[in-house]
Ligand binder design. Sequence first.
Ligand SMILES: Cc1ncc(COP(=O)(O)O)c(C=O)c1O
Length: 370
Amino acid sequence: MKETIYLKNMMIEYENLFKVNLPYFEKYRQNFEEVLQSGWFILGDNVKKFEKEFSFYNNIEYCSGVASGLDALTISLMSLDLEKGSDIIVPSNTYIATIISIILAGHKPVLVEPDLTTYNINPALIEESVTPRTRAVMVVHLYGKPCDMDPIMEICKEHNLFLIEDCAQAHGAEYKGKKVGNFGDMAGFSFYPTKNLGCLGDGGAILTNNESFHLKNEMLRNYGSRKKYQNEFIGLNSRLDEIQAAFLITKLAHLNIIIKHKRELALLYFSHLKEDFIKPSVNESFFDVFHIYNIRHKKRDALKDYLLKNNIQTEIHYPVPPHKQKALSFLSHLKFPISEEIHSTTLSLPVSTIHSKEEIMWVIEIMNKF
Ligand SMILES: Cc1ncc(COP(=O)(O)O)c(C=O)c1O
């Protein structure tokens, strides 16, 4: 108590990207200087090096750096070369980018409810959503927790469906000892600054063990071209910048330490938060990286206000489910009660590398008085 009393008047921020990146400033300055001096800013040695290192980290053969997580998913779908308007199965409680990628690639999102304990797509509900028009399943390892991949892979195999993993929130997460990204045909990652592996702007990557998908991804990110000024099909301009790749090489070397820290903070919540709060599910086979540590509570909004009054910032991931978004009004007639339940009760607690164990114990102490 004596040690934590000083926290009383201090704001515990949900996140602070200046502080998150502070330990790497010196190295980042060196990265910037080197890229500046090189005079090569697009698809150069840094992108190649990062792609190699990120492939190695994930134990996946090929990696293509792209401009964002959204583009990683959109390009993956484009590479599948499906007939336009194919049905793609996706969880109903993901960040909207997953669903937008399906629409941008010219397909139809078919939303499937999550499991109320894992917040990830419910494998038992996938099968009943498969129709003759279904061509792929796009799973999302939400908040950093892997999906239950065995039954999902089984369904995809049985119905001859492609499988794409949205790993935007799950760098380094593992399912039965294997890193996410290893279970589908392709995997999309985001390096948005708040991610566990975040750069200093936008960035993304596509990982695959399939050589022909990889070649297609490489061309799609570069105007459909593999040879300068020769364009084989219509592609995008979606390349990871050299400068972001250089920052990512620096950060990737620390990713396991970042994950370890977040898992230690999560453990404090698991061990000390009172049972009134519904905590994330725990399963020995799932190595969760806690991009987000959420709890659920029926008085979520009052809890959020109470914490803020006590100088503790929280976030909601996400306040509005995709099918209730104006942008997706064509889905508004559908009912997803589990997704809506999660959206109305979930609260994301501070769980960043900027937080000390003492700060999280303070958050817990305040929360337990609610
Ligand atoms: C689950 C999920 N998918 C996709 C994305 C898109 O990534 P980006 O913001 O890099 O485009 C995000 C980013 O927040 C995400 O959380």
